[in-house]
Unconditional design. Structure first.
Length: 355
């Protein structure tokens, strides 16, 4: 950290902590006591504040609501057995935050502001981090345009806010996924690599249709031919095929470059496990599911962590994979990741940012 951010802190006089049932934490519905807020105006970030979580007054004309200049990040804080608190790889999220900002013609947020705002907020609300296994504090930084102007142009003013939510596991079961070959999430030249709000709005109808067909998630394919695997919901698609870890190439800028996916690839390389990041055809995944060479398949993401795929639907057929509990690779990844994040194993890459 270069310098310390001057944050004005107003603490709540009415904490909701004691009324919160930590044994029942639906994802993203329970917010901790405080939030971080900053404003962008006159070409700079200012008014750094931590205030009680509450509604914020805004005019209905703000351009984020009309033209979609809005994006977010997602990361997590973990409580260790000794009471210490860490945030997992926040520098990677800071980097991606600015890639999203650039794509949406929004201002850069210096990495120190991103990380120090999170550190100060998590520190203040550290009692909100659940201590149970598989639980954490989900951190949601986001930025949106606030000019009251109904013209299509980049806003001159913005807000940066950070919210936090105590959470348990996002998916509680093995996933039935559908390979989507009609709808498109992102095309080359589009904004698939940005965590922009609009990407998720556009995914809701196809996702709802998939759910109506009995699936839990979509695996997106490329916009041109629908022949190559892209990613899953809000997680990157990872497979073990013929003894190699494979995940789609992000070179076309249609895929969100996940921190979790990068972490899994790094662990695999540490273990000497072959890793390939390349175009993956739907045909080879289906072939692998049929002949048994597809021994592992999962979504990798901060919210989802490692979400095992139980079966893959394609062209009206459903292909069943092995029982996730028997899968060597993803079980080892999960165990290693948990060990690092909860402070029970060495952290050789320095991924834990201690608060
Ligand atoms: C957030 C997200 C991911 C996963 O990224 P992580 O950094 O691992 O959380 C993957 N795909 C999409 C579309 C996402 O929004």
């Amino acid at each position: 950290m270069t310098e310390t951010l001057d944050i004005k802190i107003t603490k709540t006089t009415n904490s909701r902590l004691s009324q919160t049932d930590f044994s029942n934490l639906p994802f993203g519905k329970i917010f901790s006591d405080h939030m971080f807020v900053a404003d962008y105006a006159d070409g700079e970030w200012k008014n750094f504040q931590i205030v009680p979580y509450a509604e914020i007054g805004l005019t209905p004309a703000i351009s984020a609501l009309h033209y979609g200049q809005a994006f977010f990040e997602g990361l997590k804080a973990y409580k260790h057995a000794d009471g210490k608190v860490s945030v997992f790889r926040p520098d990677k999220n800071a980097e991606r935050f600015n890639k999203s900002a650039e794509r949406l013609c929004m201002p850069e947020l210096p990495e120190e502001i991103f990380i120090q705002s999170i550190a100060a907020l998590v520190d203040l609300d550290r009692n909100w981090i659940p201590a149970q296994a598989n639980h954490s504090l989900y951190i949601r930084p986001f930025m949106f345009a606030t000019d009251p102007f109904l013209g299509v142009a980049p806003s001159l003013t913005y807000k940066f806010i950070v919210l936090t939510c105590p959470v348990g596991p996002y998916f509680s079961k093995t996933l039935r996924v559908k390979i989507e070959t009609y709808y498109t999430r992102a095309a080359e030249g589009g904004m698939g690599y940005a965590k922009s709000a609009g990407n998720y709005g556009g995914a809701m109808l196809p996702s709802r249709k998939a759910v109506e067909e009995g699936f839990d998630q979509i695996i997106w394919t490329d916009a041109k031919e629908h022949k190559y695997i892209e990613e899953m919901g809000a997680a990157n698609a990872m497979f073990v095929l013929d003894g190699k870890l494979i995940t789609p190439s992000t070179d076309e800028n249609t895929i969100l470059k996940g921190v979790t996916c990068n972490t899994v690839m790094t662990l695999a390389r540490d273990w000497g496990f072959p890793v390939e990041q390349r175009r993956i055809s739907v045909a080879e995944i289906i072939e692998g599911a049929k002949n048994g060479k597809l021994t592992d398949a999962f979504g990798a993401g901060t919210a989802a962590t490692i979400a095992p795929v139980g079966s893959i639907g394609h062209d009206g057929e459903e292909y069943f994979l092995s029982d996730p509990k028997t899968r060597e690779f993803s079980q080892k990844v999960l165990k290693t990741l948990d060990g690092i994040r909860y402070g029970n194993a060495p952290d050789p890459h320095g991924w834990n940012y201690m608060i």
